[in-house]
Ligand binder design. Sequence first.
Ligand code: ADE
Length: 244
Amino acid sequence: MRLDIISIFPEYFSPLDVSLIGKARRRGTLDVRIHQLRDWAHDVHKTVDDTPYGGGPGMVMKPEIWGAAIDEVTEGGTPRMIVTTPSGRPFTQAMAQELAQEPWLLFCCGRYEGIDSRVMAEYGKRMRVDEVSIGDYVLAGGEVAVLVMVEAIGRLLPGVLGNVHSAVDDSFAPGAMQNLLEGPVYTKPPVWRGREVPEVLLSGHHGKVARWRRDEALRRTMKNRPDLLEALDAATLDKRDREL
Ligand code: ADE
């Protein structure tokens, strides 16, 4: 997969050199190219923003600069374009799965009050453009949002996770536990500071372990995300679930 990122703060992306994503880049599974937006600004101050039409606080990113950058970066091809903004569609595991299928993604990092809206309209004619938010809070810019998305997408690419099963039981992953949070996990030693690992996990009884994990997932979801339980299709709950 090819990933282009355009930002006025390329330094934000050094975490993409490490861990699973760094390894995937070195192996060639991920081709990440980071671009400095100011390289396409030609005045002495390398200005990328201007005051908003209609008045109001803050600054808006200029369309000519973004246009020149996107034209050059996408020359000869059509990636799927993602623009970060708190006003975008929410980023979810389902969106990560969908984006992981794409051969080429272009991330455009908004700053200040955002990018002149004509940029999204213009490129929307040439390629799929999505404005995406990673949550209901306002960051100083889209760089951290892109890091979040690249990590969520990258770990779904074939060969990126060490253990192919690791993604299966993730909270929000599709499957039997879809829309339930993952329950608590334990490793050795069996007793730590007097606290014992739940006995069922040491029993070797796969059926009982699966039932216990589902009960714990339901309990945790009830406690931390009751909204997810409300949204759950009642048909996916079994008799035991309903007794909980
Ligand atoms: N830029 C600022 N806040 C953001 C958010 N929550 N998601 C994506 N981009 C942003």
